[in-house]
Ligand binder design. Structure first.
Ligand code: SF4
Length: 522
């Protein structure tokens, strides 16, 4: 059965981006109308099968996700599917109090009335937004409680490459890792499936698709897709963190070997697209272009692409810069594209630990990057660092403090500090969390000794611990998250919920049952 043609598609030329604040309190109808009025590229269509493309975070973040936009266009390219975005409200308690339901942004369709809900999830703690959306929409959270009339729930997004197990009790199926190929197969199955059971049974045979009620906790191996580049955004909007920016992914993966990273070369080798193909995706109306990816400065075409984008009169942003890839030419291009601060990653507090974790960067590279930024007129340097690494000592933190102080003499300096949350399927996946007391002590020391000269920002030790338990947990961790969410979602609720889960047993479960290429699935 063919769907009707789109009512509005692509780019209405000359449409002016206007300022929109996605966080203003508006009822759902006014809220969606205001957001739609500011967008270019929205797809509004009707078709026999309606998919709610859900994001468990608010609009500002959701629309900065390239993967979310790619799936939106992919689903809407099928004649029998109309996909619309369903986003977490900014003020969930207010929506709950007023009994407002999450709706599809494009047509206002209530969440519960979609034929399929497809969630894109990036971080472990996004599970609370997942609960909020379903709960506001009146869909039972546990799969076992749902009726045949409730929409099945599909999980996708970057989190699936790490540990989707905690979502097991709540979802019907998940696409693991790079989703493009598996999603296309699923859509073929969906078009012909007579009912939900037939759909799930056929979906379970697709490589990279996990159906918990069929596979149990045997999650299939991550799919590494070699096609699909360049991937590019669909909607340009002023109401996001990346305001009025057209997003494009020219490369995927990374040629490096950092031991804490899921995107390292053995797991996700570097794949590239040609410059001309990337540039051909950029629409005239986009004032800014965001080159996104884990290792954009490793892409062989990045300089040429920046040069050409600047020549078009557009601004540009690069989501990841490696300090040892920078030189005068590169940094001058960044400045011409609108960069006002130099953002680089040290990823460990000392040279000794950078060597240990495989971060092949030297202090001289970080220093040189800041110098180049200053020469190019940038006003700030932002340095990202991980603390709580295995084997870390006070001497490593001494080195970070000394370097940060020196750097702040060159340029105003901001330090973004993240406690290590070991991720499964990385060489540090079996590492222990450093512990809340130690991480707290490290963070307090950095603030105390750098506070006057360096802007220190960090994730708290408490929430890093919660993320650790989720990132290494099995289905028990998902049920603990549900209990914590029901108890208000504060840290003490999480701690109490996890106390009920035997820590070592749960960790063992996740490590043993994750990501086997199950028999018959390849
Ligand atoms: S941390 Fe960055 S440089 Fe290291 S492997 Fe990951 S993406 Fe590559």
């Amino acid at each position: 059965m063919k769907g009707r043609p789109p009512k509005r598609r692509g780019t209405p030329r000359g449409k002016q981006a206007k300022h929109v604040d996605a966080r203003r309190v508006l009822d759902p109808t006014a809220w969606r109308k205001e957001l739609l009025a500011g967008e270019i590229g929205t797809i509004v269509r009707d078709a026999p099968l309606r998919v709610g493309l859900c994001y468990p975070l608010p609009y500002r973040t959701a629309m900065s996700s390239l993967g979310y936009q790619v799936i939106y266009r992919m689903l809407n390219s099928r004649s029998f599917i109309a996909a619309e975005r369903v986003l977490l409200p900014d003020d969930v308690p207010l929506w709950r109090e007023r009994r407002w339901q999450p709706v599809g942004l494009e047509t206002g369709r209530p969440l519960a009335s979609f034929d399929l809900l497809a969630f894109s999830v990036t971080y472990d703690l996004d599970i609370t937004g997942f609960f909020d959306l379903l709960d506001l929409g009146g869909v039972p959270l546990l799969r076992a409680d749902r009726r045949d009339t409730d929409p099945p729930i599909l999980l996708g997004g970057p989190l699936t490459a790490s540990n989707p197990l905690p979502f097991g009790p709540f979802i019907d199926l998940a696409v693991i890792g790079d989703g493009e190929v598996a999603v296309e197969r699923l859509l073929d199955i969906l078009e012909g499936a007579p009912d939900r059971d037939a759909f799930l049974a056929a979906a379970a045979a697709v490589p990279g698709v996990w159906v918990p009620q069929i596979h149990g906790d045997r999650v299939p191996a991550v799919q590494k897709v070699t096609t699909g580049l360049p991937a590019y955004g669909q909607i340009v909007t002023p109401a996001t963190e990346l305001s009025n920016m057209f997003l494009v992914e020219a490369s995927r993966g990374c040629p490096r070997y950092c031991k804490f990273c899921l995107v390292r070369a053995p797991e996700s080798p570097m794949r590239e697209s040609e410059v001309e193909r990337v540039l051909a995706t950029i629409p005239e109306h986009a004032p800014r272009v965001g080159f996104v990816g884990a290792a954009v400065s490793e892409w062989s075409g990045i300089r040429e692409a920046l040069r050409r984008v600047v020549a078009m009169g557009k601004g540009a942003s690069v989501s990841s810069l490696r300090a040892d890839r920078l030189d005068e030419d590169f940094v001058a291009l960044l400045a011409a594209a609108g960069y006002r601060s130099m953002t680089i990653a040290s990823d460990a507090p000392s040279q000794r630990l950078r060597n240990t974790v495989g971060k092949a960067i030297r202090e001289k590279h970080l220093w040189r990057a800041a110098e180049l930024g200053k020469q190019a007129g940038m006003q700030k340097v932002k340095l990202y660092v991980i603390v709580g690494l295995p084997g870390e000592t006070d001497a490593d933190i001494d080195e970070l403090i000394a370097f940060s102080k020196a750097l702040s003499g060159l340029l105003p300096t901001a330090l973004g500090v993240s406690p290590l949350v070991p991720k499964l399927h990385t060489p540090l996946g079996d590492a222990e969390f450093a512990g809340m007391p130690l991480v707290d002590e490290r963070l307090h020391r950095l603030r105390r000794e750098l506070g006057a000269t360096v802007d220190v920002r960090s994730t708290s030790a408490k929430w890093a611990w919660v993320e650790y338990r989720m990132s290494q947990g099995a289905e028990d961790a998902g049920l603990a998250a549900l209990a914590a969410w029901r108890a208000g979602g504060g840290f003490s609720a999480w701690r109490d919920a996890f106390e009920a889960v035997e820590e070592r047993g749960a960790l063992r479960a996740a490590r043993q049952h994750q990501l086997f290429p199950a028999a018959g699935m390849r």
